[in-house]
Design a protein around this ligand. Structure first.
Ligand code: GDD
Ligand code: MN
Length: 362
């Protein structure tokens, strides 16, 4: 039998789940005609090592070990590009998705009945067990409605992480996918010029077998960033837009601290200004680390300290560029307000470029 189906398993700390899942896939699909592609983002628990061990034992298992990259969507894309199988499925590695559905999903697409088969948590006959947190189910409903409005794609579970399609269908869309976040299916459906015909298969969304969800905390931010990226990302890149928003909030923090120092503490203006500047920089560093660079977040105390120090240096360089450019333009006769705005724009680009490279770079 020839290779028919590749099952992509994006993994982040799923070591214990892998071997039993491969076994369940074999039970569902039989011995031949499939391969499993583990796309691991350098999990700390040694998932990649475990995948290599399985691959040595069983030639149907393959490993893509990514270092310095993050993201469920980009892991799936990596899988699309790495297989020779004509059909490809994406599935969670934590046993929440039942491999037994693969047979029906493959048949729906192979027969030409549909372009994409989607396992749905919300179609008639489906069920969801164990939402990792209570707000999540509600959020999921809101997100689904929003997604349907914005993409015109009409299905009950556009955020499902379990779907199957022809590899060539996926590959044709890959150059135009945003690759951000987790909603790869939605991205595929929204990007296709001629609407893809979808066949939904109801699923019993099981409880995670071992380990914990990685999407819980980041999910809302990722979702909004993804929507922004799809709509305006070509005009102003998502990351820069976030950086700019954080910067604007920082101005508010600066003014608040300044006010407190001057009025409440009765400090001198120069001192107050210095404290406010440092406070605003610290606030911006924290929020950028949390939001703008959430995929490269600095975590240990020493990395945070070093990151903060380089952020302060980067911002100082940006501020100098700001003042220099603005003064130059003002001296050349530009209106003071306009000169200041250009200065701020140049300074922000400097801050952004330097911190992308030196604070959150690798
Ligand atoms: N390579 C890689 N990189 N894999 C990742 C990453 C990542 O950054 N983040 C998560 N994964 C893997 C997990 O290891 C797991 O196999 C799968 O992607 C799903 O992650 P979970 O952390 O288990 O997600 P969930 O159960 O909270 O979310 C479910 O609902 C989402 C929609 O609400 C999943 O079914 C998602 O696929 C789905 O999009
Ligand atoms: Mn899960």
């Amino acid at each position: 039998m020839t290779l028919e189906l590749a099952i992509i398993l994006p993994t982040l700390n799923e070591r214990e789940n892998l071997a039993p899942l491969v076994e369940r896939i074999e039970q569902a699909l039989g011995a031949e005609g499939w391969e499993v592609l583990v796309v691991d983002d350098n999990s700390a628990d040694g998932t990649a090592e475990e995948a290599r061990r399985l691959a040595r034992e069983d030639g149907r298992v393959r490993v893509i070990h990514r270092i310095g990259r993050r993201g469920l969507a980009s892991a799936a894309i990596e899988g699309f590009c790495a297989t020779a199988a004509p059909f490809v499925a994406v599935m969670d590695a934590d046993h929440q998705h039942d491999p037994a559905l693969l047979v029906a999903m493959l048949e729906a697409v192979r027969s030409g009945e549909a372009d994409v088969a989607v396992a749905s948590r919300f179609a008639d006959g489906a069920s969801t067990k164990d939402w990792a947190n209570p707000g999540r189910e509600k959020l999921s409903g809101v997100a689904n409605r929003l997604a349907r409005k914005l993409t015109g794609v009409d299905l009950t579970d556009p955020m499902s992480g379990y779907f199957l399609l022809r590899t060539q269908t996926a590959l044709a869309l890959v150059p135009r996918l945003s690759g951000i976040g987790f909603k790869i299916l939605l991205d595929l459906l929204a990007t296709a010029d001629t609407p893809l015909r979808v066949r939904e298969v109801p699923m019993q969304f099981a409880a995670r077998r071992s380990g914990e969800s990685k999407l819980d905390r980041a999910i809302a931010v990722d979702f909004l960033a993804g929507l922004y990226d799809k709509s305006f990302g070509r005009i102003i890149p998502t990351r820069f837009a976030l950086f700019g928003t954080v910067g604007a909030l920082g101005v508010g923090v600066h003014l608040a601290i300044l006010y407190l120092c001057l009025l409440a503490a009765g400090a001198q203006f120069a001192w107050s200004q210095a404290i406010a500047t440092l406070g605003a920089m610290t606030f911006n560093f924290w929020l950028n680390n949390f939001l703008t660079y959430r995929d490269r977040r600095l975590k240990t105390a020493s990395k945070l300290l070093r990151g903060w120090a380089s952020f302060v240096v980067a911002c100082t360089v940006g501020a100098l560029a700001n003042v220099a450019v603005a003064s130059l333009l003002y001296a050349r006769g530009l209106h003071s307000l306009l000169a200041a705005l250009v200065g701020i724009a140049i300074g922000s680009v400097w801050n952004y470029a330097l911190s992308s490279r030196f604070v959150w770079g690798r």
